[in-house]
Write a protein that binds this ligand. Structure first.
Ligand code: ATP
Ligand code: MG
Length: 566
């Protein structure tokens, strides 16, 4: 084992220790020990108002992972209580993403909107208990009455309406008697509570809006803080895991399940959201990029939506590794995008074939090689994994090599091709550069060389070469388009400008139309991925590839390599 390998393996062990037991598992352990619950039932509750992103992936894997770990159950539930921004398109994409990550909900796919009747009944129950009232204050007035962190709120003048009047008014709200905003239903808790969420929060509002699931049936909709605990309780969720911003809402969550007298009520536990440095994660912001046409849709490979990551070539295993390495914490922090890159490299390293592709071609002509000859070299698909077998790679007189691998006047420590220098053509022969041609602008158009037949398979007992370059046989190569991606955000400047606009990197995508790949690539299917030797990992774009015309996304480059002139 090399020193580097040792270091990596040591780091991995440390990571294992850190992630061995997170605070949520500790909480669950004690709940089970104390007999508070006898099972573990979790859920992932997305609002279908956009595509899921890497942060959601973490939440999905956490919730599903806990259910698995404790032999419990996991539900997928659409939290579709707010009809304004929700769409069926998003429901479908979310299902596909959760499934792709391997989180199985079995027969437990639910919609919060299916519980609207029960939520309505729950509200009536609270009214009957004297724990909710219909309030006529406007939204602004409610805000004004609410008070501040320093000052207590004031009771609404409608707070002491009789139960009968409240029942009648609430029913009228439901029957469409009132306009949006004219009346709301509020929980009757405590206007002097130090927690503003407990100051008689609104739990139902009038909204004459079409709902993607219940259509025109309802014109009142429950507020999130009221609906969510009910959804959890109905489904028998034990541990309702959410992100940190709901910590201050927990007393209200507990109040709702207590006042509704659920037996074995669910318990809310918060953890920190996952943020990536210099990457746009928030659904709202991704939406803006999509709507402003800055990216080509929710699955643009530059985004970190799950659909985009999948299209770019990330694998479920790489995302799982990433979620694992991030761990679960109580304090907000950002993880570097490089860690996600590390995870995909780790995952693909031994699983994918390493093939040759030339992304910026120049012709290399071997003047002493017979014109019509083709020879085949047997090449291992992956030196680190024999199970991937071998393949035959065609070699002939005219090849493409990458422009980067030739310099007319080499810079210091440049060991690749330049006039007079000899290099190894990977797996093939030693070649020595004899000449080159340029166009009027001085751009190199072709390079000439001679090969040494004694160096077959790139082996030679008598002399060494310092450089090895990849190549493809022009006659056999498959032409393809390759898309290279860089960060969408200009890393030096940070994500946002002072006016809230995004600091975009103008070079976040480079399209190379004229790339050549060895013929073994024929038959590659959408989402298939490969290592292109010396360049990185690439995936067949599922959207833009045609049968004969492949388009590749660069998933990630190999670790940084020496670039001449930089
Ligand atoms: P966003 O903040 O991106 O708009 P959201 O919280 O509005 O997302 P929801 O559909 O409400 O999106 O979230 C579904 C679940 O995913 C919630 O339980 C939420 O806490 C969790 N979640 C959302 N963003 C993250 C994140 N960045 N890291 C971890 N979990 C997240
Ligand atoms: Mg949300």
């Amino acid at each position: 084992m090399s020193e580097t390998d040792k270091k990596i393996s040591l780091e991995k062990n440390e990571e294992k220790e850190v992630i061995s037991r997170n605070f949520i598992e500790n909480e669950i352990d004690s709940d089970l020990k104390e007999g508070k619950y006898t099972t573990v039932h979790t859920r992932f509750p997305p609002e279908p108002n956009g595509y899921l992103h890497i942060g959601h992936a973490k939440s999905i894997l956490l919730n599903y992972g806990l259910a698995k770990e404790y032999g419990g159950k996991f539900n997928l539930r659409f939290d579709d209580t707010n009809p304004t921004k929700e769409k069926t398109e998003f429901v479908e994409s979310i299902k596909a993403d959760v499934e792709w990550l391997g989180a199985e909900w079995e027969d437990r796919l639910f919609f919060a909107s299916d519980y609207f009747n029960k939520m309505y009944e729950a509200a009536v129950f609270l009214i009957k208990k004297g724990k909710a009232f219909v309030c006529d204050l406007s939204a602004d007035e409610i805000k004004e009455y609410r008070g501040t962190f320093e000052t207590p709120g004031k009771n609404s003048p409608y707070r002491d309406r009789s139960i009968e009047e409240n029942l009648k008014l609430f029913e009228e709200m439901k029957n469409g008697v009132y306009k949006d905003g004219e009346k709301v239903l509020r929980a009757k808790i405590d206007m002097a509570s130090p927690n503003i969420n407990m100051r008689d929060p609104v739990i139902y509002r009038v909204a004459h809006m079409y709902h993607h699931n219940t259509k025109d049936k309802w014109c009142i909709y429950p507020m999130y803080d009221f609906a969510h605990p009910i959804e959890d309780a109905i489904e028998g969720i034990t541990h309702s895991i959410c992100t940190l911003e709901f910590e201050d809402h927990r007393p209200l969550y507990d109040w709702v399940v207590k006042e509704l007298e659920y037996t074995c009520p669910p318990r809310q536990i918060e953890f920190a959201k996952l943020y990536l440095t210099n990457v746009v994660t928030g659904k709202r912001y991704i939406k803006r990029l999509v709507e402003e046409g800055i990216v080509d849709g929710w699955d643009d490979p530059r985004l970190v939506s799950i659909a985009a990551l999948r299209r770019r070539g990330f694998t479920p295993d790489s995302i799982k590794l990433f979620a694992k390495l991030c761990g679960v914490s109580k304090s907000n922090s950002s993880v570097d995008y490089a860690m996600l890159e590390y995870c995909i490299r780790e995952d693909l390293k031994c699983k994918r074939s390493r093939i040759m592709a030339v992304l910026d071609p120049i012709r290399l002509i071997i003047d002493n090689y017979p014109e019509d000859k083709t020879e085949y070299f047997e090449v291992a698909n992956n030196l680190e994994n024999e199970d991937l077998g071998t393949r035959e790679v065609a070699f002939s007189r005219e090849l493409y090599i990458d422009r980067e691998d030739f310099m007319i006047e080499p810079v210091k420590k440049y060991f690749r091709l330049y006039p007079g220098n000899e290099v190894r053509l990977m797996n093939a022969y030693f070649v020595k550069c004899t000449d080159y041609k340029t166009d009027a602008s001085g751009k190199v158009t072709e390079v000439h060389c001679t090969y040494d037949p004694e160096t077959r398979k790139g082996e030679c007992a008598t002399r060494k070469v310092k450089g090895t370059i990849h190549w493809v046989s022009i006659k056999h190569a498959v032409k393809a388009e390759v898309r290279l991606y860089e960060n969408l955000i200009d890393e030096e400047k940070g994500v946002y400008n002072s006016d809230g606009s995004l600091n975009l990197n103008p070079d976040s995508r480079t399209i190379l139309k004229d790339c050549y790949i060895e013929e073994n690539i024929k038959g590659a299917k959408p989402y298939d991925s490969f290592q292109f030797v010396r360049q990185g990992y690439f995936c067949v774009d599922a959207k833009d590839s045609q049968d004969e015309e492949l388009v590749f996304n660069r998933i990630v480059s190999l670790k940084s390599s020496f670039k001449p002139g930089r």
